[in-house]
Design a protein around this ligand. Sequence first.
Ligand code: HXC
Length: 260
Amino acid sequence: AFYSNITVEKKGKKNNVGFIQLNRPKALNALCDALMKELQTALSDFSKDEEVGCVVLTGSNKAFAAGADIKEMQPREFAEVYKGDFLGFWNSISLFKKPIIAAVNGYALGGGCEIAMMCDIIYAGEKAKFGQPEILLGTIPGGGGTQRLTQAVGKSKAMEMVLTGDQISAQEALQFGLVANVYPVEELVDKVMEKAEKIASMSQIATGMAKEAVNSSYEMTLAEGIHLERRLFHSTFATILKLAINSIGSCNMGIINAKL
Ligand code: HXC
């Protein structure tokens, strides 16, 4: 596929990490429709690519993404956004089956923060800034910000961010559990690639099920979630059994894992 708002490649020693970089530098990676459609296409291709076991989504050092494209949104009216379910298709990122990691340097604002939160893990560079500034424009988050941010940082901090539009630093994001770790700006992508390659070297069936089980904790009661987890766990015995038989004498789990 030809992309003009993102770059897409396969990276890692085993070429098993899908790497997507948002690349609209003049607009600080504002998420225009064209960019979001390209992102969807890239993810769809990676979901079909059996070699790819993990995806990394990143931006530039200045901006992961400064939000939905304000210039594109400005002329839109209620009837159009309602009938067209504006931003509805963004949610496809959260339905992506393989592990996906956001590597955030610089601004992750509005829709930028929201797509980072649709990923499974967020790592931040030291200068990253997270925020939901929609209130400053007279609107509210429309890509899951009021929901996922609240789940990540708790009600008080989420309310503060959503009602004031104030940004938080990478360190605060770490303190409140929005990000898994913070790295120096120049090291972020390498550190994230290390994690991504590690995840991509695991059984894709196991990482897929692990992701499904963790995500279900946001959708289900505890009893339902535990039930689902146990059933998924049981089902891994279909592949673990093969592992055990195949590894007699060799114990080379890595090679076997890669096939399952
Ligand atoms: C379109 C954007 C943009 C955006 C920046 N740009 N953010 N264009 N949509 N969200 C453009 C600017 O217009 C400018 O282009 C160029 O990027 C550089 O931006 P500057 O403002 O000159 O950079 P700087 O002074 O460094 O300030 C960076 C910034 C600021 C603090 C991130 O750009 C900013 O506040 N941006 C808006 C952030 C925001 O409100 N995001 C939420 C959007 S709403 P030109 O051509 O002028 O040089 C949203 C959810 C909507 O995401 C869902 C509900 C409907």
